[in-house]
Design a protein around this ligand. Structure first.
Ligand code: ATP
Ligand code: MG
Length: 394
């Protein structure tokens, strides 16, 4: 069946009162952006609390669907058959054709829901429901009407210039359109958790920038490329991500040299947060995002989280904080980042990971260890900020 249009339904953004148009306009913009990558001519428009994607050329159904299913704010995608009004008899034929083609296996029960915005159509909605219902029953004797829980809800909409026929609702990702809730800085490693964390925050309408701490030659070019690839995967949903690559080697070596080895991870993470926060301020982000989950590793106990959090003034969002690893993995698979995340390139060098890291760091102890860095650390942080490379991932 060839669908001439896709009707986009959104829920949450429909309830935003006076600001509704901001959400709708953002959604239209993101749909246009996503469809630029798909071959074909698409016309995206707003009409009476709905968004239509009209197709004006040949196109690949699966590609369009895949693009639309990545756009936050979309709750349902309905492929629509649009026909000119050549009278009721013609409409009846087209409805039967529609069911024949769209349902290789016929639904057991159905209901017809007709509406007309063109009031001079010869039949009113009720009459249309009744007439079309009868025609469907005649054409498909095994089907029956169920007005309460129909398997197929067939929508017929008589508009000014054409008639819409649709019944399928394919789920979108939900959430809110990107950019309607400010911007945050994602600490993106090459692991499984942080891309999922970025996805979850972006889903709430937050625009993302990202920061990756790179430690050449301890971490390879390939590890960096993996993070770029992950940023691109997340960008399918979040829109373009400016990925900041911070050269972290000197700072790590300095910490390794000066501080007790069991505190390395915590101190290192505190510097990551400080640098990410500075980069966030520079790019207008209002919060940090990490892929931490309570108790997953030594640096993610309550005490460790408190110790890393302490150096930040911005809110730190940890959307997977209460998830088990398996739950995070499931989401990673669903959004398509898992395969890249499990490639065997270390995101952080293992030589900097102590055999017995502290699991309950005492903040005062950590602070006094950091005092040992006083001589050079500020200049090193400055140097890291100044030499940060930015890659646009889209
Ligand atoms: P992930 O799967 O996201 O790598 P993880 O389970 O490996 O997480 P950690 O290595 O303790 O956990 O890192 C916790 C969080 O700190 C990560 O989710 C990420 O947000 C951030 N992070 C860790 N290493 C880096 C890095 N090299 N660059 C940027 N952010 C990092
Ligand atoms: Mg990691």
């Amino acid at each position: 069946m060839t669908f001439q249009a896709f009707l986009i339904k959104y829920a949450e953004i429909g309830i935003k009162g006076k600001n509704r148009y901001i959400f709708e306009d953002a959604l239209v913009k993101h749909i246009r952006r996503a469809l630029k990558r798909v071959e074909g001519n698409f016309n995206v428009s707003k009409a009476m609390g709905r968004i239509y994607v009209n197709v004006e050329s040949n196109y690949d159904y699966d590609e369009v669907m895949e693009a639309l299913q990545c756009i936050f704010g979309i709750v349902w995608i309905c492929p629509v058959v649009q026909i000119p009004d050549h009278g009721f008899e013609d409409l009846s034929k087209r409805v039967v054709e529609y069911i024949e083609q769209v349902y290789p296996e016929k639904p057991k029960t159905f209901k017809v829901d007709s509406r007309r915005s063109r009031k001079n159509y010869p039949l009113n909605s009720q009459e249309m429901n009744r007439e079309l219902g009868g025609i469907i029953l005649d054409a498909f004797p095994d089907m029956r009407v169920d007005v309460h829980k129909p398997e197929m809800m067939l929508h017929i909409e008589v508009r000014e210039k054409f008639i819409n026929i649709y019944s399928k609702e394919i789920p979108g990702p939900g959430g809110m359109p990107i950019g309607t809730n400010g911007k945050a800085m994602l600490l993106l490693s090459g692991g499984i958790d942080s891309p999922v964390a970025g996805y979850m925050i972006a889903k709430r309408g937050v625009f993302l920038d990202a920061t990756y701490f790179h430690a050449p030659p301890y971490t390879s070019e390939r590890a960096k490329q993996k993070v770029v690839d992950l940023a691109k995967e997340v960008a399918k949903y979040s829109g373009p991500i400016r990925l900041h690559i911070v050269n972290f080697t000197d700072i790590q070596l300095y910490i390794y040299d000066k501080c007790p080895h069991e505190e390395l991870t915590i101190i290192m993470r505190r510097y990551m947060m400080r640098i990410a926060e500075e980069l966030a301020k520079r790019s207008g982000a209002m919060g940090l995002v990490t892929g931490e989950s309570i108790g997953q590793v030594a640096s993610q106990t309550m005490q460790s989280l408190a110790a890393t959090n302490e150096v930040c003034t911005m809110p730190v969002f940890r959307p997977v904080i209460g998830f088990d690893k398996q739950e995070i993995v499931e989401l990673a698979v669903k959004i398509g980042t898992y395969e890249t995340s499990i490639q065997p390139f270390e995101d952080c060098c293992t030589i900097f990971v102590a055999k017995h890291p502290v699991t309950k760091p005492n903040i005062n102890v950590i602070r006094s260890s950091e005092k040992k860095l006083e001589e050079k650390i500020d200049a090193m942080v400055q140097e890291a900020l100044d030499t940060t490379e930015i890659i646009l991932c889209e």
